[in-house]
Design a protein around this ligand. Structure first.
Ligand SMILES: [Zn+2]
Ligand SMILES: [Zn+2]
Length: 142
């Protein structure tokens, strides 16, 4: 691969390489993506190459497909980290950005399905930021 990026799961048993050339990065705020991520959105990169190579632990990758919908998630069976999979819809490889070990090169970025976004999840871009925990995180400072 000319310009590859690596990804891996949190426990380190699964790893992969893929071309660092992604068409888009979507932050999807739909209800299903909130459920499956446990968070405000998923962050999926779309790859248009066929360059995905599992370098470790492919046999540990499990896949969930929601019955009746084109909605899927692949994950490490040990640590549950989200991992790449092929979309049943588009046929493209989708890569959860959080499992990459470096910075992806992306042509388009968007927050999508804002029509389904909940109030708490929409605060992601506006919440105050800290380099670590804010002071009110500790019990002695309420
Ligand atoms: Zn793992
Ligand atoms: Zn979604």
């Amino acid at each position: 691969m000319a310009d590859a990026i690596t990804g891996s799961c949190l426990c380190g048993q699964v790893a992969f390489d893929i071309d660092n050339d992604f068409r888009f990065l979507f932050f999807c705020h739909c209800r299903q993506c909130r459920k499956i991520s446990g968070s405000a959105h998923i962050a999926h990169l779309s790859s248009e190459t066929e360059s995905l190579v599992w370098t470790r632990g492919q046999d540990l990758v499990k896949r969930f497909d929601l019955p009746g919908r084109s909605f899927s998630k692949a994950y490490c069976q040990i640590c549950a980290t989200a991992l790449p999979y092929r979309s049943n819809d588009s046929g493209r490889i989708l890569v959860p950005a959080g499992c990459l070990d470096g910075e992806p090169k992306v042509r388009h970025t968007a927050r999508i399905f804002m029509s389904e976004c909940s109030a708490w999840a929409s605060q992601v871009g506006d919440a105050p930021t800290f380099s670590g925990y804010p002071a009110y995180f500790s019990n002695d400072d309420r």
